[in-house]
Ligand binder design. Structure first.
Ligand code: NAD
Length: 440
């Protein structure tokens, strides 16, 4: 079966590669020539563990190729996946221009029956919008081709994306026809015969499932973060609270780790998109609004936590460990590190920062304050002459740091551990003024 994946980002590239690994013939297409040139040369434009190797394997096997030619890609495919970005607009609504642009190209170049699969996270009604755009294009060409629209939202986690596509918890498929359902079963045949749970539903429900899942997780994070703030006030331990809560099968221990607030390319935009969808539909999303508000507060509270201990940050050097929004990715979109760095710089601090994979992207989003930031070669260089060090993202490399060496390199004594990764180190409280989150 010939598959086209339009949009070679964190989702499209991983999904396209995994589908090739399932034995399908996949063409990954992107309008970004730089990305496609890199891929054609055998390099992968994003950091995602295991992706480089899986790409190489499938290119070598002749099942995976890359293109910037949307016409040829669409003409040759039986199934076209749309995996382009759906960024937020200022009012919280979703910018659908990339999805609409692809729909328009599909209508312009369609030459036979095709299944159009929406993998991008999109508000309810987008499937129907895509259908309308394609129909209008076909009408303007005065041609008639049958096609089906499918909603197949993606649940992969960056950093674990290959695993999540190879062994997903579930596959959600929203269709309108039996024919499209059967074709999608064939596309995911490897998963289907491996007993992966499939949820077949209508397009609108599939579209809303994705927002419900992401928003629920965001609510869970905001809840435990709020508990962490309360625990600090009343002298309780949020980690013990989360552990005991998580032992309840109805709650589960996942997504109960207090931290500096959620970020990334999904939770922030998907929560605001759901709020916007609710508003448009006359249904106020009060829980989601509260989660977003709590998250904004959480990031500000991290800066306050530092200022409370270090009231005068003028001329002070603060070391930041971790820039990506979570470990094992180079994605810094909406990462809490940015708000923390901006908050500290505003108070006059100078920043030294290190992240195993997030430096290059951070340089772009923090370009306006680049004079106040030095990006370091490694985590120990961050500590050199720092008045304080702040652990923002829980990369494994930071867990194993030599605390004595850190202390000897630092000028000051403050270690803010916003992920509680060193709470169990015996020496940490002797060596530093150690400030974890949600506990002492
Ligand atoms: P991304 O920004 O990394 O990649 C999108 C790609 O689409 C870019 O390479 C861009 O050049 C390309 N593109 C845009 N318009 C195009 C066009 N007309 N033709 C060809 N290519 C075009 O985005 P992403 O993180 O992969 O996310 C894609 C979608 O998947 C979003 O809707 C997102 O919400 C959703 N999603 C993301 C994740 C995640 O962890 N990143 C997880 C689940 C779902």
């Amino acid at each position: 079966m010939k598959i086209a994946v339009i949009g070679v980002g964190y989702v499209g590239l991983v999904q396209g590669t995994v589908l090739a690994d399932f034995g399908l013939n996949v063409c990954c297409m992107d309008q970004n020539k730089e990305k496609i040139d890199l891929l054609k040369r055998g390099a992968v434009p994003i950091y995602e563990p295991g992706l480089q190797e899986l790409c190489e394997k499938n290119v070598k096997a002749g099942r995976l190729r890359f293109s910037t030619d949307i016409k040829q890609t669409i003409e040759e495919a039986e199934v076209v996946f749309i995996a382009v970005g759906t960024p937020p607009q200022n009012d919280g609504s979703v910018d659908l221009s990339y999805v609409e642009g692809v729909a328009s190209s599909i209508g312009s170049y369609m030459n036979s029956y095709k299944v159009i699969v929406n993998k991008s996270t999109v508000p309810v009604g987008t499937g129907q919008k895509v259908k309308k755009i394609i129909r209008e294009k076909l009408a303007s060409r005065k041609v008639e081709f049958d096609f089906d629209i499918v909603s197949n939202p993606e649940f992969l986690r960056e950093g674990k994306a290959i695993h999540d596509c190879l062994i997903p918890d579930r596959v959600v498929i929203g269709t309108e026809t039996e024919k499209a359902k059967e074709i999608m079963q064939k596309v995911y045949n490897v998963l289907y015969i491996n007993q992966t749970p499939f949820v077949f539903t209508d397009i609108e429900t599939a579209e809303l499932i994705k927002y419900s899942a992401n928003t629920f997780l965001a609510v869970k994070i905001s809840f435990i973060n709020e508990m962490a703030l309360l625990a600090e006030k009343v002298g309780a331990n949020v980690q013990e609270i989360a552990r005991a809560m998580g032992m309840d099968g109805r709650i589960s221990p996942k997504f109960l780790h207090a931290g500096p607030g959620f970020g990334g390319s999904c939770f922030p935009k998907d929560t605001t998109a759901l709020i916007h969808l609710g508003k448009e539909s006359g249904c106020e999303m009060m829980m989601v609004k509260a989660a977003v508000k709590a998250n904004e507060k959480q990031k500000k509270m991290m800066v306050k936590k530092i200022i409370d201990r270090m009231p005068d940050l003028q001329e002070k050097t603060i070391g930041i460990l971790g820039l990506s929004f979570k470990p094992e990715t180079d994605d810094v979109r909406e990462a809490p590190s940015q708000e923390i760095i901006r908050g500290l710089v505003k108070e006059g601090a100078f920043i030294k920062a290190f992240c195993p994979e997030g430096i290059s992207n951070s340089k772009k989003v923090l370009a306006d304050i680049e004079k106040q930031i030095t990006y370091c070669e490694d985590s120990y260089e961050v500590c050199k002459n720092a008045d304080a060090v702040v652990i923002v993202t829980e990369w494994h490399a930071f867990r194993g740091m030599d605390l004595l060496k850190m202390k000897e390199l630092m000028k000051g004594r403050f270690l803010f551990d916003l992920r509680n990764i060193h709470v169990k180190d015996h020496d940490v409280r002797n060596l530093f003024d150690y400030i974890p989150i949600g506990r002492t």
